[in-house]
Write a protein that binds this ligand. Structure first.
Ligand code: ATP
Ligand code: MG
Length: 306
């Protein structure tokens, strides 16, 4: 791959005897939005902190913007943008004061002009005098994103930037991400939201510290030998319980009025269900990333996406 901004090979992290990140290999090209997904505690934040020079790996190597993540970590820390998982600006300062403080920390030559520019870009000017702690979740995240871009970094790391933010605000946030990426900024973003996973150019799914699959969302979907069905009918929780007991079925999940089934092989599902309870409508449906990740987390075999 050309123009690699992040190029990580075989990274490991132990906390005491706990092997938290296992043989992490990730490559991200310039201007790409790369998503990192995985259950709570799977090592996403730890991996991000190693990639941006905040945490030393136990072993392995990697480069970020051409700089060595071990030897040059001080330089990396100053040049990248990092939005932490939890709001980490100052609640008792206004929007403007927060941005000015960050601009001064980076020792920008014209901090006030840059603050004006960033506030205009992120539609924060009208709220410049509002205390950060009084902003809604969506606006706090916009302020954090603005702060993380104040020194014009070429790569930004966003750790669950939209957690707890409503769908409309998340959509606005992602519009900003596309705009930023179109300017050539590389974005590595962790998320638990499947719609956000689909918005990424490439993504990696991590479980228990190990990347289980990585690739473009569509390639991941198309490369899996998994079959899925949707079922409509009465008392879906009871049906779910029965299907979960079947070892040929990898994943069962109710969404609204439908029950979604995923299996690793073609199954005569209609016949199987008819046997213990007739009257359900069963049809095949496209695989979703959520189905795939759920199957992967349960330790099923996977096919690498390109
Ligand atoms: N400094 C630390 N010392 C010891 N253990 C740690 C430390 N930081 C993280 N861990 C452990 O490493 C594991 C991975 O944590 P991490 O925060 O990287 O996961 P995560 O994927 O970001 O989770 P979440 O989705 O909840 O944010 C967890 O078991 C956590 O308790
Ligand atoms: Mg985390």
């Amino acid at each position: 791959m050309n123009n690699l901004i992040i190029d990580i090979n075989g990274l490991n992290k132990y906390f005491a005897a706990e092997h938290i990140v296992k043989n992490l290999t990730v490559q991200v090209a310039q201007g790409e939005i790369f998503g990192v997904l995985g259950p709570n505690g799977s090592g996403k934040t730890t991996a991000i902190r190693m990639m941006c020079g905040l945490l030393s790996p136990s072993s392995g190597q990697g480069r970020c913007m051409g700089l060595d993540i071990i030897k040059d970590k001080e330089k990396i820390k100053k040049s990248v943008g990092y939005m932490t998982q939890y709001f980490s600006l100052w609640g008792a300062l206004s929007v403007r004061q927060n941005l000015t403080f960050v601009a001064r920390m980076y020792q920008l030559q014209h901090p006030d002009a840059r603050v004006e520019e960033v506030m205009a870009q992120f539609a924060l000017t009208e709220r410049q005098h509002q205390l950060a702690r009084t902003l809604s979740g969506g606006w706090k995240q916009r302020l954090s994103l603005a702060a993380c871009l104040i020194h014009s970094p070429k790569v930004i790391f966003l750790d669950e930037p939209t957690a707890g933010v409503d769908p409309a605000a998340r959509q606005v946030f992602w519009r900003e991400l596309y705009r930023i990426a179109a300017q050539g900024v590389t974005i590595l973003v962790s998320t638990h939201y499947m719609d956000e996973a689909e918005r990424c150019n490439n993504l990696a799914y991590i479980a228990k510290g190990r990347v289980l699959i990585q690739g473009k969302p569509n390639d991941i979907i198309n490369s899996q030998k998994l079959y899925s069905w949707e079922i409509a009918g009465r008392d879906l929780p009871a049906l779910e319980k029965r299907l979960l007991a079947n070892t040929e079925i990898a994943h069962v999940c109710q969404r609204g009025n439908l029950l979604y089934i995923t299996a690793r092989q073609e199954l005569p599902l209609a016949e199987m269900i008819e046997k213990f309870q007739p009257g359900y409508q069963i049809c095949r449906c496209p695989l979703s990333l959520e189905d795939i990740f759920s199957c992967l987390s349960k330790g099923s075999t996977l096919i690498e996406a390109c």
